[in-house]
Design a protein around this ligand. Structure first.
Ligand code: NAD
Ligand code: UDP
Length: 313
């Protein structure tokens, strides 16, 4: 198949590019490298079935090749980055999604949107099923991300209804693993790099807020399975095992055998208090669930960061 992946030089996108190239698909990766890195795809650039285009998807994009699938992942994704670039985040979600849907429509390609658990905001329903409409501030600091993804979902369904584009919407929950950037600012990469460098572990608030962490290989498998079924409604993909941020800090400290101390910093505005996916739909529809336990995934991620930071085991 001919597959266009936007955001393919980023964390999740680079794993997807690798898997599809190895599977024998022809992959075109479009990325403006705002948070992605050529290093993430350096093992692919010499392959005949891989092409990289440096481009901002919020600007028009002309692709001459035939395309069977568009996987639209391009977006600022870490709170640190989207709070720094709120307008670029909105433009990727709105204009970028519009442009990518336009490509799917013109090429008669199928379209997969990488949406997010953030569409549920600071949820009042726990765990979150796909039927929950969310508790999102349209004006708060995180709204640039939450609302752009909600609008991206809306655009996706408008193209499905109006132009009959065949769509998939994956609502991805917190995912971690190799190829995350050490300065990404998300909790797993922060805690691991801080521990490995024996720096203070920064817990925002009291660390009682929860997240459910999915290893990237599990997530990629779920995304691929979603493209293999005819299911157009949004689908949660994530690991339902829920941890407090304090528990995560303790696990990282134990696994890295670090002497870092915990330092509490103010909780960011609108930081969701609890998050855990209800994945019954994915289980039933895709026969999928995450299989890598956090302890194991953390160890693989720690090993990756050790090599990136050149720290001896
Ligand atoms: P990432 O920052 O590592 O990757 C995003 C990629 O998109 C980067 O390579 C970046 O350079 C690129 N990009 C951003 N704006 C662009 C633009 N306008 N034009 C072209 N490229 C652009 O983040 P990630 O964690 O790999 O996230 C990938 C996707 O998955 C995002 O859409 C994100 O919202 C979604 N998602 C991720 C998580 C997670 O926990 N990692 C959770 C929910 C949703
Ligand atoms: N967090 C933290 N310390 C950090 C980074 C994040 O305590 O150094 C907390 C953050 O406040 C949130 C959780 O960890 O409650 C997950 O944050 P992340 O940025 O990874 O993703 P989010 O789920 O908030 O989008």
């Amino acid at each position: 198949m001919n597959i266009l992946i936007t955001g393919g030089a980023g964390f999740i996108g680079s794993h997807l590019c690798k898997l599809l190239v190895e599977r024998g698909d022809r992959v075109i990766c479009v990325d403006n490298l705002i948070t992605g890195f050529k290093k993430n795809i350096e093992n692919l650039t010499h392959k005949d079935n891989f092409k990289f285009i440096e481009h901002d998807v919020s600007k028009s994009l002309y692709i001459k090749e035939e395309i069977d699938w568009v996987y639209h992942l391009a977006s600022l994704a870490s709170p640190k980055h989207y709070l720094n670039y709120p307008i670029k985040t909105l433009k990727s979600g709105l204009l970028g999604t519009h442009n990518c849907l336009g490509i799917a429509k013109n090429k008669k390609a199928k379209f997969l949107l990488a949406s997010t658990s953030e569409v549920y905001g600071d949820p009042l329903v726990h765990p979150q099923p796909e039927s929950y409409w969310g508790n999102v501030s349209s004006t708060g600091l995180r709204s640039c991300y939450d609302e752009s993804k909600r609008a991206a979902e809306s655009l996706t369904y408008a193209y499905m209804r109006k132009h009959l584009v065949d769509v998939r919407v994956a609502r991805i929950f917190n995912t971690y693993g190799p190829n995350m950037h050490p300065d990404d600012g998300r909790v797993v990469s922060n805690f691991i790099t801080q521990s490995l460098k024996e720096k203070d572990i920064t817990i925002y608030g009291e660390g009682t807020q929860t997240r459910s962490f999915c290893y990237v290989q599990d997530l990629i498998e779920g995304l691929i399975k979603l493209t293999e079924v005819d299911y157009k409604a949004p689908l949660n993909l994530g690991n339902p095992r829920e941890f407090t941020i304090k528990q995560l800090a303790d696990m990282v400290l134990a696994e890295t055998k670090s002497n870092s101390q915990i330092k509490k910093l103010p909780l960011p505005e609108d930081d969701p208090k609890r998050r855990k996916p209800d994945i019954s739909k994915a289980k039933q529809l895709l026969n999928w669930q995450s299989t890598v336990p956090l302890e194991q995934g953390l160890q693989k991620t720690i090993d990756y960061f050790k090599s990136v930071l050149s720290i001896e085991s």
